[in-house]
Write a protein that binds this ligand. Structure first.
Ligand code: DX5
Ligand code: ZN
Length: 216
């Protein structure tokens, strides 16, 4: 079995103790700190600020990603490069010149990812699959933790797994990733998972126990 890439959804963390949260998650074996950036326009919520991302960056040597759920990421992507994000996801649905923004990210020496909404079809993004390092497949409509998994997204995950060998990206699943679903999707060939309320936060178990069980 291949190693799963486990990403902590930092919008679910306790911001009264952000530094402790980062250290506990790192000690528990998290691979990537996933920062959901919401502007209240592309999605009906606001979350993780630039300052929070900088604090997270200062407290870990592990990968930090930002998932930009914002309008026109092209205009703001430099902020996240300067904040030290290793991997930057943009949504093609909110970007007019997707390849231009991807190349900005690459020129800065960072990894680029394409985040796709549940109702965005593969045909819409096919040309961009060869340009990115990661594809983040949303299995809930972006904006909130604790939503129901959208079953129709599984077929798209399957198709993206089939296309992986031609394009060489990693597939990360975002939204309602429960332990059971992680097991199934990992067997199917998905590489990574964003862990929010379904598998990591607000549980009776410690982060360490949750991560150990997910690694199997
Ligand atoms: C939004 C977030 C979430 C969320 C995932 O992009 O990344 O989808 O926190 O966690 P769940 O759905 O398990 O609460
Ligand atoms: Zn996300």
């Amino acid at each position: 079995m291949t190693e799963k890439i486990l990403c902590a959804s930092m919008m679910c963390a306790n911001y009264n103790h952000l530094e402790n949260e980062v250290h506990s998650l790192e000690n528990a074996g998290i691979d990537i700190f996933h920062c959901d950036v919401m502007d209240g326009s592309f999605v009906p919520n606001m979350a993780v600020s630039l300052q929070d991302i900088i604090s997270i960056r200062q407290n870990t040597k592990k990968m930090v990603d930002c998932h930009l759920m914002i309008e026109n990421p092209c205009e703001k992507v430099q902020w996240f490069i300067d904040a030290g994000c290793d991997l930057i996801y943009i949504h093609p649905e909110s970007e007019r010149f997707v390849s231009k923004t991807i190349s900005l990210i690459h020129k800065a020496g960072r990894l680029a990812g394409l985040a796709i909404n549940p109702d965005t079809s593969i045909d819409t993004v096919r040309e961009m699959l060869g340009l990115v390092d990661y594809v983040l497949v949303m299995t809930v409509n972006p904006g909130f933790a604790g939503q129901k998994y959208l079953e129709f997204a599984t077929e798209k995950i399957r198709k993206l797994i089939d296309l992986k060998s031609a394009y060489h990206y990693k597939i990360v699943i975002d939204g309602a990733c429960s332990p059971e679903r992680i097991e199934n999707l990992s067997h199917m060939g998905a590489d990574g998972f964003v862990l929010g309320t379904s598998a990591l936060f607000g549980k009776e178990k410690s982060y360490q126990e949750c991560i150990q069980e997910l690694r199997g």
